[in-house]
Design a protein around this ligand. Structure first.
Ligand code: PGA
Length: 242
């Protein structure tokens, strides 16, 4: 029998940040105390983080889990993803950063990947995993053809991702070619996944097309609890595809 697939829940709203914040609030309401929460970086989640900081609508403490980080850079580097989350979310919301749950891009990559996997096991797994999606269908830095059961590891970035991320890195020494990322298997063990998307075409392909490693996000069709928060354009396209 082929593995089961599930229907995701779709949330949309004219105000993307507000819709994402309400979705996240609902997930926090259902999660255990002091949940483990994966927070992505990039342009897509910015409206969520802005709404979260402004409204402080979520009254819970949480533990931040790093989704991905470039290799060969320090935590304090302007390209550093956990630094961005510290500035945009953790500091304004008075949340602590746990070294065990973030990648040090400057240390041995295997040790770093194992450290985070071990911490996730000890802490009994990710409660809420918020994700963006890349133009090529990546989630985290799980690039096309990543194994669906992959664990947290060091990866090489594709040309497509390096080009897409130039806008964030150009002024600071360019886009590193290697990174650490939570694996697809690791992400799929999260109890709840919230996919934020402002990219209609790849999101429709990932959620309504064939499940294949060429589009890593397509594995989300096999997760039992996915909520997609789409911009109005994304939501309209997904509704047509349903
Ligand atoms: P973006 O990146 O939010 O900056 O578009 C998403 C991603 O590459 O995962």
């Amino acid at each position: 029998m082929p593995p089961k697939t599930y229907k995701y829940k779709l949330v949309s709203g004219e105000d993307f940040g507000k819709a994402a914040l309400e979705t996240l609030q609902e997930a926090f309401d259902k999660a255990r105390t002091y949940p483990l929460v994966v927070l992505p970086t990039g342009n897509t989640p910015k409206p969520l983080y802005a709404a979260w900081r402004q409204t402080r609508a979520i009254p819970y403490d949480f533990r931040y889990v790093n989704l991905d980080q470039y290799r060969g850079i320090k935590f304090s580097d302007p390209r550093s993803y956990p630094l961005e989350i510290k500035r945009e979310v953790l500091d304004p919301l008075n949340q602590r950063l746990d070294e065990e749950l973030i990648f040090d891009g400057n240390s041995d990559p295997k040790n770093q990947a194992d450290k985070v996997e071990t911490a996730l096991k000890i802490e009994q797994g990710i409660d809420i995993c918020i994700l963006g999606i890349g133009q090529n269908g990546h989630i985290g830095f799980n690039e096309p053809y990543s194994e669906f059961n992959s664990r947290t590891r060091s990866v090489q970035l594709t040309h497509n991702t390096i080009e897409a991320n130039k806008r964030h890195c150009e002024a600071h020494g360019g886009v590193p070619k290697d990174a650490l990322t939570l694996g697809l298997g690791t992400i799929m063990e999260a109890k709840k996944i919230i996919l934020l998307s402002n990219k209609p075409e790849i999101t429709v392909k990932a959620l309504h097309g064939r499940i294949m490693s060429k589009i890593p996000a397509s594995i989300l069709q096999r997760h039992p609890d996915v909520t997609v928060v789409g911009t109005p354009m994304v939501s309209a396209q997904l509704r047509l595809a349903r």
